[in-house]
Every structure is written in structure tokens, then in C-alpha cells.
Design a protein around this ligand. Structure first.
Ligand code: KIV
Length: 290
């Protein structure tokens, strides 16, 4: 097992991460790091922190657009935010998440929509949810030259079928089905697969049996990499926090404190101060008032 670099090199000295880098890391047992982003500033900060990959997730719908779930997110929402992320991040592998109904109707539509993420929005790869029922679409997208990341376990676009945001793979039949699905995704040509909210020992076994890397979220440390929704990690999304999230900051509270400070300064007329203004020369002022 190799020791990963802890301090990231400056962006200019780092090589662009590719799907081959993912395979290389799996072979060397080096954990793959991934976070979500939906805008330029966050993507740029994630790049500077040396994270391997950015997923422009359809979690956009919940943490940025304020929907109850991810189902209302459209292709045009996704492409708009993917473009902003691509402008902000140069090194990470950029993965665009295909929204609900952009790949389920027909294989042809799936390929066409997948292509838009690369052709119009600067992404390097796409992600889609589902197991055996998605194999035809995955094969066709991969055949078009587009790298595909799979997503198994808790697949939020199926919450109505799953009965809510709940952990998956807890019975013998469900666990066996997940393992089979993971192998089918690998055979269909996925370069990686997200495992969401499944028991750690199952995720570890899937990771051991697949040649492609697994990226876990709520699936324990035995996966080949980890992903979190950045708004959860930063404590920016205050509606609920899944059990599997570790909060590295509380930016929601920091934002409220900053906004309160601004409000108080404006009410007290202590902002803007002189240093926040552009003065005019006395002679110009005198001429105006002559
Ligand atoms: O949409 C998203 O952010 C995701 C991750 C949680 C894997 O699918």
C-alpha cells in the first residue's frame, strides 16, 4: 500500500486526473478523493485542495436549488452548473450526473444526453444510477467514447421505489443483488461505481471483487475512494444531515454571523468606511461645484 501525498502540489504542477489515474490508484490501494461542486468558486477551492475528482451531482436540486429531492433536476440545470465547475477546476476528473429521465426512456436519448455533458459542459465523464436495468444504456454510452460511473445502493432518483432515503443491501437477497449488479456494471464498461448507504462489509466485498474502483458514500472505509456532498461537509445545508456525513465546518452558522455583522455595520453607518471607497481629487470636486 503506498502513502498518498498529504499536502497537494500547486494546481499548475499537478497533472489532470483521468480515469486511468483511478485504475492506477486502485491497483496501488491509494484512496481516491471525490467531492461534489456546483459552482466556479467551490470547484476552484476543491481543485486547490488536491481532490482527485469533482462530481457535479444532481444533489444540486436539494442543496442548491432547494427541492425536496433530486427528481425535478433537468438537463439544462445540470449543464449550466457543470459549465461553471469546468471553468473553476482544471485538475480533477470532472463527472456530470445524469438527471432523472435523461437516460431512462431510451438508449438513444441516454447516449445523446450523456454526450452533451462532454460536448457542451466541459465534463470528462458522466454518472448514472441503477444496476442491471441500465446495462444497455451504459454499454451504448461507453461505445460512444464517454466514460461512465455507475451508482448502486441508495439511488436517490428511485426514492419512491425505495420508500425514502434509506440504507440498502441489508438482506441476503438485496446484498446478493447488489454484488451481481456491481459486476454487471463493470462488465458493461463502467470505470468506477458509487456505493451509497450500504453495509461496510458488503461494500468491502464488492470493492475486493471488482477490478474497477468503488467510491463510497455511507459505505465505510473499505471502498477504494470516498465522496461527500460538499454542502454537507461544509455544514452549508441545514435541512438535515445524513448519519454518514462528517462536518468539517459549520459554514451555515458562519454565514449567518457574517450577514448579521454586515447588517449591523450598515445600520450603524460603519460600512462602507473610507478605505472601501474611491476618493475624488479636491480640484475635480471644486470644478464640479464652481
Ligand atoms: O448527486 C450526488 O451528489 C450524488 C452523490 C451523493 C454520490 O449522487
Amino acid at each position: 500500500m503506498s502513502t498518498p501525498t498529504i499536502s497537494p502540489l500547486p494546481v499548475k504542477e499537478r497533472k489532470k486526473v483521468s480515469i486511468r489515474s483511478f485504475q492506477f490508484k486502485k491497483r496501488r490501494s491509494e484512496p481516491i478523493t471525490m467531492l461534489t461542486a456546483y459552482d466556479y468558486a467551490t470547484a476552484s477551492a476543491i481543485d486547490q485542495a488536491g481532490i482527485d475528482s469533482i462530481l457535479v451531482g444532481d444533489s444540486l436540486g436539494m442543496v442548491v436549488l432547494g427541492y425536496e429531492n433530486t427528481l425535478p433536476v433537468t438537463m439544462s440545470d445540470m449543464l449550466h452548473h457543470c459549465k461553471a465547475v469546468a471553468r473553476g477546476a482544471k485538475t480533477p476528473l470532472l463527472i456530470g450526473d445524469m438527471p432523472f429521465m435523461s437516460y431512462q426512456v431510451s438508449v438513444e436519448e441516454a447516449v445523446r444526453n450523456a454526450g452533451r455533458f462532454l460536448q457542451e459542459a466541459g465534463m470528462d465523464a458522466i454518472k448514472l444510477e441503477g444496476g442491471r436495468e441500465r446495462v444497455d444504456a451504459i454499454r451504448a454510452i461507453v461505445a460512444a467514447g464517454i466514460p461512465v460511473m455507475g451508482h448502486l445502493g441508495l439511488t436517490p432518483q428511485s426514492i419512491h421505489q425505495l420508500g425514502g432515503f434509506r440504507a440498502q443491501g441489508k438482506t441476503v437477497a438485496a446484498a446478493q443483488r447488489l454484488l451481481e449488479d456491481a459486476k454487471l456494471l463493470e462488465e458493461a464498461g463502467c470505470f468506477a461505481v458509487v456505493l451509497e448507504a450500504i453495509p461496510p462489509r458488503l461494500a468491502q466485498q464488492i470493492s475486493a471483487e471488482l477490478r474497477i474502483p468503488t467510491i463510497g458514500i455511507g459505505a465505510g472505509v473499505g471502498c477504494d475512494g470516498q465522496v461527500l456532498v460538499t454542502h454537507d461537509l461544509l455544514g452549508l445545508f441545514d435541512r438535515f444531515t445524513p448519519k454518514f456525513v462528517k462536518k468539517y465546518a459549520n459554514l451555515h452558522a458562519a454565514m449567518i454571523a457574517a450577514f448579521e455583522g454586515y447588517r449591523e455595520d450598515v445600520l450603524a453607518r460603519s460600512f462602507p468606511a473610507e478605505e472601501h471607497t474611491n476618493p475624488m481629487k479636491d480640484e475635480t470636486w471644486d470644478q464640479i461645484n464652481a
